[in-house]
Design a protein around this ligand. Structure first.
Ligand SMILES: Cc1ncc(COP(=O)(O)O)c(C=O)c1O
Length: 346
């Protein structure tokens, strides 16, 4: 149990162990340095072996991922956002690749009908129903968004196809993963009350993040490859669902804010972007650090104006295994308090 309370932001190094229960272990799979490396590795392979020519991405999506994919193939967007059901029919060519994303982990199948090759991105719910029941040719997930690992991405084929061979670990990636790991260890020590300043672990985490997925495609670090099979994923997945429910219970339904269904995080949609910004800043000052999913301020592809505006109204709060029901109640009460003051400020 931590002696210094804070909520959100990067994982610290976790001591708990158990057994990996993941959809890819039953299928051909490869481990990569990051989710982006896994996706780029697949695209480079498909370009060479199947003549893949173009990638379709959702209009509401992580723009760092879009920029990474654009290093391999031209990218176009299709309309998809957390507020709408995934469009059923997509007029892609047979040599196109379509990225279908479980944006908030609430989708139970892709629902996309297309002539292109579907690649599912299960980063936000790698252990949920859609990932487990998928029959897509390809699926990917970043491991470090749901698991306390310094690096890692996985590519698997629910259909049983064999894809790109894994790449060796590069020096650039090894250094990035080592910085992330150092930051996770120091954050653990800080939370335990040791004399380690926040700036020390933040510097390592930020440096590692900046270098992640920046260079030549890489395999996963030895640390994450060895840790992955020992992580209690089923227990942590269940804990996340309990935490989301605990937040919803305590949050209730304050006016001018909606809670979106999600199996990943507590996702609030404000009526006004200024209120979302005010609440975010107030939370940070109270040591509650929201996630950003995603900034669409400078998109790499076409993004409808209403999706850009929506991204400024969304606030995402972590609900993972680090937290207890009591933590989630405390966070919900804090958010409610700041929502009240945001309304008073105007
Ligand atoms: C939905 C989604 N897919 C893929 C990625 C890429 O993962 P990574 O940062 O490990 O490259 C991210 C995070 O950046 C993400 O949020």
């Amino acid at each position: 149990m931590s002696t210094r309370w804070e909520h959100g932001s990067d994982f610290h190094l976790e001591q708990r162990t158990g057994e990996l229960d993941a959809p890819w272990t039953e299928h051909p799979h490869t481990l990569w340095g990051s989710g982006r490396d896994a996706m780029r590795g697949l695209l480079a392979w498909g370009r060479e072996h199947h003549g893949w020519q173009r990638v379709w991405v959702p209009s509401f999506y992580c723009q760092k991922v879009v920029a990474a994919l654009a290093r391999e193939l031209p990218v176009v967007s299709y309309v998809d956002s957390p507020e709408h059901p995934l469009r059923a029919r997509l007029d892609a060519d047979a040599h196109d690749v379509v990225i279908a994303v479980n944006l908030h982990g609430t989708r139970t199948s892709s629902g996309i009908v297309t002539r292109g090759t579907v690649v599912e991105d299960h980063t936000h719910d790698p252990f949920g129903t859609w990932a487990r029941e998928s029959d897509a040719p390809w699926a990917v997930a970043s491991l470090r968004k749901t698991l306390p690992l310094p690096d890692g991405g996985v590519l698997w084929s629910p259909r049983g196809e064999h894809g790109p061979a894994v790449r060796p670990l590069t020096d650039v990636h090894a250094r990035a993963a080592a910085d992330r790991l150092a930051g996770m260890v120091l954050k653990h020590d800080h939370l335990e009350g040791r004399d380690i300043d926040k700036s020390a672990f933040r510097a390592c985490l930020v440096a590692g993040e900046r270098a992640m997925a920046s260079g030549v495609l890489s395999g996963i670090s030895a640390f994450s490859a060895a840790r992955l099979p020992t992580l209690p994923t089923a227990e942590w997945h269940a804990q996340r669902q309990q935490n989301i429910a605990a937040f919803a219970d305590a949050f209730g339904s304050p006016s001018r804010v909606r809670l979106l269904p999600s199996s990943f995080a507590a996702t609030l949609v404000f009526d006004r972007p200024e209120h979302a910004a005010w609440v975010r800043e107030s939370l940070i000052a109270a040591r509650v650090y929201p996630a950003v999913l995603w900034s669409l301020a400078s998109p790499v592809v076409d993004v409808p104006a209403e999706h850009r505006e929506l991204s400024r109204r969304i606030l995402t709060l972590h609900c993972d295994h680090r937290y207890t029901t009591a933590d989630m109640h405390r966070v919900a009460d804090t958010v409610r308090h700041f929502i009240g003051s945001a309304e008073r400020v105007g």
